[in-house]
Design a protein around this ligand. Structure first.
Ligand SMILES: [Zn+2]
Length: 245
């Protein structure tokens, strides 16, 4: 097949080019992650994505979103309805048809099968912001594992989407995204990065659902530092860089 290049679009995730009629819109923050009290006219950020990546990422987001949603509990103000959505995602009785009910049951079995007794986990492994409410002992709660490839796959996806929305940047080699989870960073690192983002960054805020801070990391336009905060709960950092560390 021959195709004129101007009739192609580029998927920001796999970086391949596809005919324009195959273009889909990837929701930078997954559609299902917006709380029930999100204003209906809120602009939902999207980025160009191929069908294959959209399908793959939607599955990942649903699985990860259900796991995280369960840990939020029913009353978190930044995530109204997310906990209930997680319960419905695992409830075969909510299925639209037989196949959907089977998929919900499979997700329920997968997540419940992964769930651990809180007494058995290393508390250092609890993702910052996603632990129990203050004063609730970890040992009294079940722990829902968040597989590293799932968490990092999602964080990479969100970072790529945010860079596209803010500056139409596509991250391609040798440029890459480095992720920093709060658990793995020292307090001093967090303090320095937050100060840099507060003083020289831009802050985008979407009704308690997501906050993104973005700033040049050093004096080079392609070195970008970002902080993400989802549901006023879960903080993590990303660095788009082409420097050798
Ligand atoms: Zn793709």
């Amino acid at each position: 097949m021959n195709c004129r290049t101007e009739e192609l679009f580029r998927c920001i995730h796999c970086l391949d080019r596809f005919p324009r009629d195959q273009r889909t819109r990837d929701h930078v923050l997954p559609r299902g992650w917006y709380p029930d009290d999100t204003p209906p006219d809120l602009e939902r950020w999207t980025a160009p994505c191929c069908r294959g990546c959209n399908t793959r990422l939607s599955k990942l987001e649903q699985n990860l979103g259900t796991r995280i949603g369960l840990s939020l509990g029913p009353n978190h103000p930044g995530a109204i309805g997310i906990y209930e959505k997680s319960l419905r995602a695992m409830n075969p009785g909510e299925g639209r048809d037989e196949a959907d009910s089977r998929a919900r049951l499979a997700l329920q079995r997968e997540i419940l099968g992964d769930t651990l007794n809180g007494a058995l986990i290393d508390t250092r492994a609890i993702l910052a912001g996603l632990g129990p409410a203050e004063g609730v002992p970890v040992t009294e709660l079940p722990a829902i594992p968040l597989p590293v490839p799932m968490v990092d796959g999602f964080c990479h996806k969100l970072t790529r989407g945010a860079l596209w929305v803010f500056d139409e940047q596509v991250v391609e080699p040798p440029r890459r995204i480095e992720l920093y989870h709060v658990n793995d960073c020292g307090d001093q690192f967090i303090e320095n990065v937050n100060e840099l983002l507060e003083t020289s960054g831009q802050h985008f805020h979407r009704s308690n659902t997501i906050d993104i801070w973005i700033a040049p990391a050093v004096d080079a336009p392609r070195e970008i530092l970002m902080r993400f905060r989802i549901w006023s709960k879960w903080d993590w950092y990303a660095h788009a860089t082409e420097l050798d560390v």
